[in-house]
Design a protein around this ligand. Sequence first.
Ligand SMILES: [Zn+2]
Ligand SMILES: [Zn+2]
Length: 332
Amino acid sequence: MPGAIEFRQVPKPVPGGDELLVRVRRIGVCGSDIHVYHGTHPYTTYPVVQGHEVSGTVDSMGDGVRGFAAGDRVIIMPQVTCGACYPCRHGMYHICDHLRVMGFQTGGAAQEYFPVSAAMALKIPEPLGLDPAAMIEPLAVAVHALSRFGDVRGKSVAVLGAGTIGNMVAQAARASGAKCILITDVSAYRLEKARRVGCSLVVDPRRQDLGEAWNAFGPDGADVILECAGSQEAMADAIRLARRGSTVVVVGVFGTPPAVDLGLVQDRELVLAGSLMYRKNDFEAAIAMAASGAIDFDDLITHRFAFEDYPAAYRTIDEAAGNIMKVIIALD
Ligand SMILES: [Zn+2]
Ligand SMILES: [Zn+2]
């Protein structure tokens, strides 16, 4: 039930024919995990095993698995899809009508050994450590969000919201060759983190005039605005500041439906695009991006806890009240 974390001793799972048994080594905690913990996540049933940002090593595998060996370092795509609905039949399985996400609607990886379909596992290349590997999942969210616009090389990109996802979007945009990147947040802590990872245009819209800050883009404004805050103010800013013929990508998750001036979408011929999770190609692109050294993960990992200290980790997140980035649970 919400608010209670329980440890259970279970037998070591036996992998099915097409499954890997992953020895879990790192689990990233994300905001949605905390919503589940507090019972404020709308699409979860209890009890649930959490854990969807994960890296580990292959322990063993079923007879039907090819391409993996014991000891391989892997990460997991946490989606379970139906394969039969319209989106699944058209290559858009990430928006499956019956999408279940591990750690939310189906069991997650917060366990020592996790059996998972080999099709949902990806190997991580040598230069990547287990910590950054556990952050490929949020990086893949960022890569997918940018792909909803297209190639950002030479483009001006505004990122509204500098939490882990917004930060990753800004870093992924830079790694993809964006010309000018501006990032906003109402938290001085998150803006400082954005600065640490190399963003130079950081703006607190409650303290500075965002319209004025926008001049950094020059007369042509931003080519794409990504809303990563899930807030009414940020969404309204996105629509208000969007240049004619530009794209607004909705990445943030909204607790209450935002009210925005859709008349501007018509008058300025804006393209409004949603973004949910990722597909395998986004994961592959994120792995390549991370392996190239283009992404600063270290400055985002602010806390580490041992597996048995899960309750302390969640307590710390609650007490930090937003002044926290990525918490990693490490199993050895
Ligand atoms: Zn997450
Ligand atoms: Zn489906």
